[in-house]
Ligand binder design. Sequence first.
Ligand SMILES: [Zn+2]
Length: 436
Amino acid sequence: METIAAADEVVGICRDLLRIDTTNTGDPRTTVGERVAAEYVAAQLGEVGIDAELMESAPKRANLVARIPGADRSRGALLLHGHLDVVPADASEWSVDPFSGEEKDGYLWGRGAIDMKDFDAMMLAVVRDWARTGYVPPRDIVLCYTADEEAGMQYGSQWLVDNHRDLFEGCTEAIGEVGGYSYTVNDDLRLYLVQTAEKGLDWLRLHATGRPGHGSFIHDDNAVTNLADAVARVGHHRFPTVVTPTVRAFLEQVGDALGIDIDPANPEQAIAKLGPIANLIGATIRNTANPTRLEAGYKDNVIPGRASATIDCRTLPGEADGFLATLRELIGPDIEIEHVHQQPAVETSFDGALVDAMGAALRAEDPGARTVPYLMSGGTDAKAFATLGIRCFGFAPLKLPADLNFASLFHGIDERVPVDGLKFGVRVLDRLLRNS
Ligand SMILES: [Zn+2]
């Protein structure tokens, strides 16, 4: 196995990043560390002569962008992006201090170890190695470190896209989370899931009105009852399955790799045959609408004039309009719908030179590697960057132990990344970038 300087360095960089608490609570008053982490990245880049621009979207909400000129500047640039914030961790639930960056049992432990300070560190390690050895990549590489991915992106990628789109000039493709990690089929075959699509998000608030009144009277126009009827209809509705191009490709290719007969026309049955990966994609074959909040009333014996509820809706690429029409029907004409927060679904095709280079870079390091596209039910910074017309991929390469329940580590207790996997990722990333 070839060793490169970046593979030696990546573990230390990842540990440093894990030790910087960048908890994003969703409340700017209690969100910490993003500025410190961005300054750390800037210093690491500065040390090898790479200038970076550090920008605050709000006090301490720092984002950082650097451009590394490529050999052929007429080609489209490749954006590499990672968020520096993490979700909160309750130390009492963990077996180690979540911000200690402790290394034990072959893993680096800490909040953000796989989401996504691992990839943040890989990017840094690769470009530092290049700068020290004078290597010039084939085309421009734009490095971007963001704040606020974990709580809506308005202080991070969305803010950058709205206010500094010039920094992404010429970027045609982007690589970020969540993908590139292995799922072991057997000793000779590992599937590496590359994210090519994300569901859209639409947080709706329903507002019902009625006639206010005393709780002791007969009352036929109660806002709470009107709202509850609509919420129950939405909550009980099961949207039909829809197989998008990405999910179809995923099912066909995984079925082929596993040697099982999969019928994309019957996606539920197909997914049930997939074992542990079923979890990951179970929600990617239908739109969903889950009621999450209810608000009404101020006194036990007063019927309020208004009541409201929040519905967390997730839509498949190309499905938003039809979905909304169905929802409108379920909710009924008398209830007002407010769109609180919307992010469109994104999808790109699984083809082209960059996709081929991903597969080749993986196979060079793992002869049993096979790439498979997938659609993610959640969202990432890719949603913001895709609005610039950039093709976005989730590819933060990691070779994982066969028995690791990787999906449960995202935002989970005892989040950790295998040290060998991290070094593997750096080698794959370095190889990919040199050949793309
Ligand atoms: Zn993430």
